[in-house]
Design a protein around this ligand. Structure first.
Ligand code: SF4
Length: 322
């Protein structure tokens, strides 16, 4: 680990003026600094800022950037009105990590691509232009959607998949003021520059995430396929929420994890469900549409089929929710 300076921010403005790398829960950043994958010269600790509140009203819920993953997962409004968000959070990491990991840290966590974390290998995300050893290497955990010839790393978050499906909005503050952007636009596709991961400008700090209330969220469900029952990243996952009345799907939301280079949502696949009666056949067609663009590489060909099954399972589970 390289030497760095440390300071505790007294306010959001103080943090933004510091010019340092923001430190929240530290569950990802500190690991990467120990490995010297990320080398921050200056850390600005956000831990004392008043960004921890979770506030619900009839129109939605505001999740403070520093609320822990545990606090969000166990919040009564989240469990009742956005249950898929709670399920997605509880499917990630371990209880100890969830107690410390924050909302904003979860949104900004880095890929778990093994090559990214191994300084002995080539990685365009770690060292721009260096090359990517994953392309001809061990690809079992890598993405099949949104990949490029420069990077095929899968996005790691479960929480972001749920937020993407439910139209969450990310609020940020930076040197040029405040702005908001949809969660679906926060993570960038790798394209020719995998080192650019987030649609954030220099110095911008996430202050909170807003999740609107909507009928499809009430029956939302998260399904995750992984190599072991807990403390494992998704091979494939799906968060789905359906609004059904009089035997017809009125609105549909779903997004996939483990298969994309970012949380993956296909509006045409969601739209294909609207107006139909819920059935396994209808769900399968939507899953086929959602995975139509999949480009497997080497050992990860199984992921497209696994993701389809996660989509169908999540849609069935949502449709059958009491
Ligand atoms: Fe790096 Fe992306 Fe290649 Fe992994 S897949 S080694 S993160 S460039």
């Amino acid at each position: 680990m390289k030497l760095f300076t440390y300071q505790r921010a007294k306010s959001v403005d103080d943090a933004i003026e510091s010019g340092g790398t923001y430190l929240a829960g530290g569950t990802s950043l500190i690991d990467l600094m120990k490995l010297e994958v990320l080398n921050a010269n200056r850390l600005t600790d956000l831990g004392r800022l008043d960004l921890r509140k979770i506030q619900a009203d009839p129109k939605g819920i505001k999740l403070g950037a520093l609320a822990s993953n545990t606090e969000v997962a166990n919040h009564p409004d989240i469990k009742q009105r956005w249950p898929g968000i709670s399920q997605a959070l509880l499917a990630g990491a371990s209880p100890q990590l969830r107690n410390v990991a924050t909302v904003s840290g979860n949104l900004l966590q880095r890929t778990r691509c093994a090559y990214y974390r191994d300084l002995a290998t080539r990685c365009n995300k770690r060292v721009p232009g260096q090359g990517c050893d994953a392309l001809e290497g061990w690809t079992r955990m890598h993405a099949v959607l949104g990949t490029s010839e420069k990077c095929i790393a899968a996005h790691p978050s479960d929480f972001c998949v749920a937020l993407a499906a439910l139209d969450a909005i990310v609020h940020v503050q930076g040197p040029k003021g405040e702005r908001e952007l949809p969660l679906t636009e926060l993570h960038l596709l790798p394209e020719d520059h995998p080192e650019r991961e987030f649609a954030l400008n220099e110095g911008e700090l996430i202050t909170h995430v807003y999740v609107p209330a909507q009928p499809a969220a009430l029956k939302s469900r998260y399904v995750k396929a992984r190599d072991r029952q807990s403390y494992a990243f998704a091979l494939a996952s799906c968060m789905a929420g359906l609004e059904i009345s009089q035997g017809v799907i009125r609105s549909a939301r779903f997004a996939m994890g483990g298969v994309g280079t970012k949380p993956w949502r296909v509006p045409a696949a969601e739209q294909s469900l609207v107006g139909a009666a819920p059935s396994r056949e209808v769900f399968k067609k939507a899953a086929d549409l959602a995975l139509a663009g999949a480009k497997p590489r080497g050992e990860n060909a199984f992921k497209a089929e696994l993701a389809k099954r996660c989509v169908v399972r999540a849609l069935i589970t949502s449709s059958e929710a009491a």
